[in-house]
Design a protein around this ligand. Structure first.
Ligand code: DQA
Length: 148
């Protein structure tokens, strides 16, 4: 197993409301069930995962400040912040860690404002529209990056 296996899985604003959000976009799993599935994906890949969710942008930024030395990589779904938070982009860049962006829904196929992400170009990959399985894809991609 790689020693570079510490992955932070970060969920942004409103992701804690999964299970109550539009199932056509986000499926029917609750946030707890989603985390459980991600934990399983991580185990399959030999990754050590830590989870964080907040609805407060500043807390998300501060968490990014703190993980620089305790994580090897990041999987993040910042929710709506994806589309406009330069503060989160700057903090993500500051970590200097490889990151994979994930969206449960197909952001390219929805409203125009969701088509733009302010973090895509600083992430090693983006996975969108694959639902829960998108997190497996993202962890896989990150795992390759950490071993490479
Ligand atoms: C989301 C897509 C965003 O546009 C939206 O604001 C979310 C969730 C997704 O996982 O599909 O909250 O990031």
């Amino acid at each position: 197993m790689s020693t570079h296996n510490r992955v932070e899985v970060l969920h942004g604003v409103n992701l804690d409301q999964l299970g109550r959000r539009d199932p056509a976009h986000y499926g029917s799993l609750t946030f707890e069930q989603l985390q459980y599935r991600i934990e399983e994906f991580g185990r399959e890949l030999g990754l050590s995962l830590r989870f964080f969710q907040t609805n407060h942008e500043g807390e998300f930024v501060e968490h990014l400040h703190e993980i620089r030395d305790t994580a090897d990589g990041i999987v993040l779904n910042p929710g709506a912040w994806t589309h406009y938070s330069y503060a989160i982009r700057d903090a993500l860049e500051l970590t200097e860690l490889p990151a994979v962006e994930v969206h449960l829904s197909d952001v390219q196929a929805r409203e125009a404002f969701r088509r733009h992400s302010v973090i895509t170009d600083i992430c090693v990959a983006t996975v969108s529209g694959r639902g829960v399985d998108g997190y497996r894809d993202a962890l896989n991609r990150l795992s390759e990056e950490l071993q490479g």
